[in-house]
Design a protein. Structure first.
Length: 388
């Protein structure tokens, strides 16, 4: 349960802000591209810091680095709570992202510390399923908070939750790292990450998850503008819609967890992308037919999420298994790449006209399409190696 808490803290805090973006934009009188930093800056903080958390967790242990990360999350929440300028609030989001990244990357390394590849895939799927409660609950919950108490309550709730998780870690979390790796100098650091990137399997399977992030964060950062400009949806209503995709992902992650130890993982990937293809096609057809309703996006998002629940845990386990001696470093690099791609997608959305849904759909199509491309490349590569 502690892994669930630390893994969910970052995503919960990240998604909690979504219904508050439009009110914060209006409160400070900032542009859409500046408001987009409330998402992209957080993702950037996550992306950069995962490189260091993974490496430091391999040297100093999982427990101390998790505690440092959660403490940073609490500090970032306080900055957002009391910040009197848009810059301070955005800076608080960066610090939140840095702190939240610790749980995301180190929880993966803890699972690989304790379990074999097949068992790790099953546990990662269960973790994905449970952690997906965070993005489901967060927008709906924060929509209510923003509507009732104002946008600063989002940061107050984040801070309270972060402090609770930190106290729990201090009291109960054990160390799982048995053989610490000496902390390298800068040159050795670069070599460590380059050695991970020299694994074709690691790169290909990491790209699968990275482009899923492009689809996901391209949608999440663009939807608040479309909701306001094209659909006139209130924050609490938007929060309800945003939880839709997570429901589908929870269901398929549960299935993946149950069958991961006996079912072919490449087949799980293909099933996932087939399902995603159905969802994306449904949205495109409905909007192309002129039916401009939120359910034309969020209904198929349930299908997309169902497909992603097969893809994400399977590709994550495959990527980490490619470098078994450097799990923490690999987890850091993988999370960095995934959230770096998400950062670019989230910030790019601030540059588009959101009077229609097509900029959002564009990211969904491109992200999922490229993810499927790399999945096919990874599977083909594995088959070639097996044949030889």
């Amino acid at each position: 349960m502690q892994l669930v808490a630390v893994s969910a803290l970052g995503p919960f805090g990240m998604h909690l802000i979504i219904p508050a973006i439009a009110p914060i934009k209006e409160y400070f009188g900032i542009s859409a591209s500046t408001a987009a930093l409330l998402v992209s800056a957080t993702l950037g903080g996550i992306a950069i810091s995962t490189l260091f958390f993974g490496l430091l967790a391999d040297r100093f242990g999982r427990r101390p680095m998790l505690m440092i990360g959660v403490a940073c999350f609490v500090v970032g929440s306080l900055m957002g709570m009391f910040g009197e300028t848009a810059g301070l609030v955005i800076a608080g989001r960066v610090v939140q992202g840095i702190g939240g990244s610790a749980g995301i990357v180190i929880s993966r390394a803890v699972i690989r510390d304790l379990h074999s590849h097949e068992k790790a895939t099953s546990i990662l799927a269960y973790l994905t399923m449970i952690v997906m409660v965070a993005p489901i609950m967060a927008p709906a919950f924060s929509g209510f908070l923003v509507h009732t108490f104002g946008w600063r309550m989002v940061f107050e709730v984040s801070g309270i939750l972060g402090f609770g998780v930190l106290a729990w870690l201090v009291a109960r979390f054990p160390e799982t790292l048995k053989d610490p790796i000496p902390l390298p100098d800068f040159i050795s650091l670069v070599r460590a990450y380059l050695s991970v990137l020299r694994s074709p399997a690691f790169v290909l399977y990491t790209m699968v998850g990275s482009f899923i992030m492009v689809s996901f964060f391209g949608m999440m950062s663009g939807v608040p503008y479309v909701a306001q400009e094209a659909w006139n949806i209130a924050p609490d209503q938007l929060g309800f819609y945003l939880g839709a995709g997570g429901l589908g992902m929870m269901a398929s992650a549960f299935i993946t967890a149950r069958v991961a130890e006996t079912f072919d993982h490449d087949s799980l990937l293909m099933i996932g992308f087939a399902v995603i293809g159905v969802g994306v096609t449904a949205s495109v057809v409905l909007f192309a037919a002129g039916i401009n309703h939120p359910l034309c996006l969020f209904g198929p998002a349930v299908i997309n999420g169902f497909g992603a629940g097969f893809v994400l845990p399977t590709s994550t386990a495959r990527a980490l298994s490619a470098t078994p001696r450097m799990t923490g470093t690999a987890a850091g690099m993988m999370t960095f790449l995934q959230f770096a791609f998400g950062t670019v997608a989230a910030q790019a959305q601030g540059s588009f006209d959101h009077s229609t849904v097509w900029p959002v759909l564009g990211f969904i199509i491109a992200g999922n399409g490229l993810s499927a491309f790399f999945a096919f490349r990874a599977i083909a590569s594995r088959k070639r190696l097996s044949a030889s």
